[in-house]
Design a protein around this ligand. Structure first.
Ligand SMILES: [Zn+2]
Length: 198
């Protein structure tokens, strides 16, 4: 199984930062993605970053890269995790906070992967808000996000707390916070892969 990691946006993307500029989403998600890659590799997994560049790469190109790998080694042998930080607004500090994960609409293997990520998040982020949509019987949110809709393999997008919530940003930037965000991805992915015998 090949684990593809996508990190949101790029150095040239407007906005996508905390109101005080301490957290830049492109930079933060690249740091987390790199650490997740390193930890999974150390456990023997095959991992690839879809966007190693620091500038923004279009969603079309991101999906193309993923689908090219799916075409080469088989869709059943690939999963994709896209790492982001949420925002409630577009400027000042806001009150919304918490962790969530998204899949495309309908029940697919991605929903199972999301369940494993949620279970890991509940443990690793104990005491933090975990945002769930139980209306279809599982915790993930379903949205027509391009990177989820246009990629052929199971794909989950994680929104790792809020870049415009001051308490979330303080936690995200702390050593403990970074460790927690890395660990929930590693644990969730490993747990999913073990459940399918991969
Ligand atoms: Zn984002």
């Amino acid at each position: 199984m090949k684990i593809l990691i996508d990190n949101g946006h790029g150095a040239d993307t407007k906005g996508k930062r905390s109101p005080d500029g301490r957290l830049l989403e492109y930079k933060y998600t690249r740091e987390i993605a790199g650490r997740v890659e390193k930890e999974l590799r150390a456990k023997g997994y095959d991992v690839q970053l879809i966007v190693p560049e620091t500038h923004d790469v279009s969603l079309t190109e991101r999906a193309r890269r993923v689908n090219e790998i799916c075409g080469k080694i088989g869709t059943a042998n690939v999963i994709l995790i896209s790492i982001h930080v949420n925002a409630a607004g577009n400027g000042p500090w806001m009150t919304a906070r918490g962790w969530s994960a998204f899949t495309s609409k309908g029940q697919t293997k991605a929903d199972i992967l999301a369940n494993h990520l949620y279970a890991a998040a509940e443990k690793v982020l104990a005491g933090h808000k975990i945002r769930k949509d139980m209306s279809d019987g599982d915790p993930d949110w379903e949205e027509g996000f391009y990177i989820l809709r246009k990629t052929k393999c199971p794909a989950v997008l994680t929104e790792n707390l809020f870049q415009d919530n001051k308490d979330d940003v303080d936690f995200l930037l702390s050593d403990k916070g970074k460790e927690a965000i890395v660990k929930l991805h590693v644990d969730g992915i490993v747990s999913y892969l073990k459940s399918i015998g991969a």
